[in-house]
Design a protein around this ligand. Sequence first.
Ligand SMILES: Nc1nc2c(ncn2[C@@H]2O[C@H](COP(=O)(O)OP(=O)(O)OP(=O)(O)O)[C@@H](O)[C@H]2O)c(=O)[nH]1
Ligand SMILES: [Mg+2]
Length: 285
Amino acid sequence: MPHETFTGDAIAPLLRQAREALGPDAQVVRVNRLGNRYTLVVSTEAEAAPAPAPAPASAPDFRATLDSRLRGIPEEPLPARPRGRPLVVALVGPTGAGKTTTAAKLAMSRHAFGGREIGLIGLDTYRVGAVEQLALWAEVARVPMEVAWGPNDTRAALRRFRSCDAVLVDTPGRGPGNAADLDAVRQTLAALRPDETHLVLPVGRIWRVVRQTLRDYRAFGITHLLASKVDECADDWGVFELALAEGLPMRWIADGQAVPDALRPAADRLAGAALRRPRAVTEVA
Ligand SMILES: Nc1nc2c(ncn2[C@@H]2O[C@H](COP(=O)(O)OP(=O)(O)OP(=O)(O)O)[C@@H](O)[C@H]2O)c(=O)[nH]1
Ligand SMILES: [Mg+2]
């Protein structure tokens, strides 16, 4: 696929540069960051949907060794759009977990919502630059965005997106000491009635903190675990053990800063992790 690369220290001017050079329909297919430098890979042609990745040669043998509990974890296909409204998928999690970056990856990645019409709703009206950060990603991904300042705004935001297939909700991170703030976010989010609430959990932290964070976010009605910063983890098998122990399905995993490439189907990652640590299958049973 023909594409051009633009490099600089901020996304917005690069985006302008790309659209000036390649026309207003230029599509960003990838954004990487190395230190403070961004690279935009831009295409002018529609990219064909990627062929499904072939299963690793040893995957059938490996799968045969999984017990029924383990089998429930990775196979979490995207549910169909509910009748008359978009599927609402929310991302919650601690400060700096990668929620906004993951929302951008989901909005752009073909294997996540590929081909579906997406809307973005941001609930972070507190942190300086949070709205601008999401707005920039919305522009890169070419998806519409709304900001909800409180529970009363959510209805208008959803109304605007009623023809969308899915709405992604990016929420603010708050430290565990900010219980009142967290509660306000929880109430605004509840007004959106998410079909799925993914806890974006950076798993490179010490496990005691990871487990405590998971407990703290149970009040949000989390339905899925979305492990982030898996690239900072020496051993990613632990992520699946955690999902198993907590009974949370996983559909996606984030393993880097590259948008949208560093978002993987959890099932692929599980196969790789388990093949590297085959003994862990019996350890978790
Ligand atoms: N290594 C690594 N870095 C990531 C990953 N996901 C996000 N990041 C980086 O983590 C930093 C924080 O990402 P954000 O997406 O802003 O995190 P957030 O959860 O939205 O942060 P708040 O809104 O402030 O709570 C950025 O530098 C991202 O590039 C990942 O999977 N791996
Ligand atoms: Mg954010």
